[in-house]
Write a protein that binds this ligand. Structure first.
Ligand code: NIG
Length: 407
């Protein structure tokens, strides 16, 4: 027995489906949406909407797809307020604090890690996030990485293995690389869909990062790269060469990096998404990633929160979208698209029935179109533009995830 819900009297509907409406956001006014169980069953003019079991009156407010946050590090324990205060007093971020979180995470019980993750995911959902990726990477032993992945895969939509975050303080770099590309990866693989590496001076160099990506590819796992965060480096080129789903941070790019990313999208295949992390750029006082230049070059861009206790202790995608418009010069439609469909493309969740490496069919997210998972975000505003026009205001009025109202 199916259950249907009609949402009508929508002020502005962002579908992200250009066949349904105007611009990159596929915007429609005077629209209605019908949900059947956990999927979108119908989208179109309200005057033609089919009858449904229940009706929700959007009262002229804007409806968008739920945020797809494709880059977070939320399996952790502890707090780094002192490091943040030192940074605000002029110290620079150099990734040294990762080991502080590693120590706290190793010392925490499974229950404490799960409770903290649950708290942060609930916070994110209250801000309109309906799809969330998280990485491991604060365990850095086989047992701690495995339990991080096991806990995460019960709570979030996609888990990425980041054993190659940094070489832990007690380890030898050569031995650790062998562990992370061998026994640790094998132990974590059943719980994750992708593998990431922090390709940066002080973390993993080009050769070591390439070994991580090759080991992932050999096991049929998708790949991502943390690249060009703290300075110019080989991360972007490496990501494109290895067909990574995304390269994230991308703060320091030269023309060859932008061209390589743009080339990866020519010919209609799945290129490498450039994921920008505006809250992290602000919190670390780094230059904002050149999202405008990337979009103008034809690169698919995602916006994510990078929620973590060191460089970006927020899950507010609305804050990231406002920053992308106000500071990175994206249009509101581009920013909303990057924070919804862009994230879905970065996760490989933009098409129906994608079988992840474990053989599990993933839903299509980041769009409001027939067949997609019914993930919807109603704003307390007549238009999505208010996300940037009224930055910092609590504009989330209601959230549906897989057809269930959760906020
Ligand atoms: O994406 N760049 C590496 N990893 C995280 C930071 C983690 C931390 O400082 O705890 C990031 O910014």
């Amino acid at each position: 027995m199916t259950h249907t819900q009609l949402i009508d009297n929508i002020g502005e509907l962002t579908t992200n489906d250009p066949s349904l409406g105007a611009g990159i956001g596929g915007r429609i006014s005077g629209a209605a949406v019908v949900i059947e169980d956990n999927r979108i069953a119908w989208v179109g003019p309200a005057s033609q909407a089919p009858a449904a079991d229940e009706r929700f009156d959007a009262a002229g407010r804007a409806l968008l797809p739920g945020w797809v946050d494709s880059h977070t590090h939320l399996v952790f324990a502890g707090d780094r307020t002192a490091e943040f205060e030192a940074r605000m007093a002029g110290e620079s971020y150099a990734a040294g604090g990762i080991n502080v979180t590693v120590a706290a995470t190793r010392a925490a019980s499974d229950e404490a890690l799960a409770a903290n993750l649950d708290r942060l995911v609930t916070e994110a959902r209250h801000g309109g996030t309906t799809t969330l990726e998280t990485k491991t990477g604060y365990g850095l032993t086989v047992a701690d990485e495995v339990r991080s992945a096991q806990i995460a895969c019960q709570i979030v939509d996609a888990v990425t293995f980041l054993g190659a975050h940094v070489v832990p303080a007690e380890a030898d770099p050569v031995d650790y690389l062998a562990l992370v590309t061998g026994p640790m990866l094998d132990a974590v693989a059943p719980y994750v869909t992708a593998v990431d590496v922090f390709c940066e001076a002080g973390a993993f160099d080009r050769a070591a990062s390439a070994r991580v990506l090759e080991a992932a590819g050999a096991r049929g796992l998708a790949t991502r790269v943390h690249g060009n965060q703290l300075g110019h480096g080989p991360g972007v080129q490496l990501a494109v060469e290895h067909g990574a789903l995304s390269v994230d941070h991308v703060g320091f790019l030269d023309d060859a990096d932008v061209a390589a990313l743009a080339d990866s999208w020519r010919g209609g295949g799945h290129g490498t998404v450039a994921t920008v992390l505006p809250a992290c750029d602000l919190s670390t006082r780094m230059p904002l990633a050149p999202a405008r230049q990337l979009l103008d070059a034809g690169v698919t861009v995602a916006i994510a929160s990078n929620g973590n206790p060191g460089t970006s202790y927020t899950s507010s995608m609305a804050f990231c979208v406002a920053t992308a418009v106000l500071q990175m010069r994206l249009t509101i439609q581009e920013a909303v698209h990057a924070a919804t469909r862009g994230g879905a493309i970065a996760l490989g969740m933009h098409e129906d029935g994608w079988l992840d490496p474990r053989g599990i069919a993933q839903p299509r997210v980041g769009v409001i179109a027939e067949g997609a998972r019914a993930d919807l975000h109603l704003l307390d505003a007549p238009a999505a533009t208010h996300l940037a026009y009224r930055p910092g205001m609590p504009l989330t009025a209601a959230v549906w995830r897989a057809g269930t109202r959760i906020v």
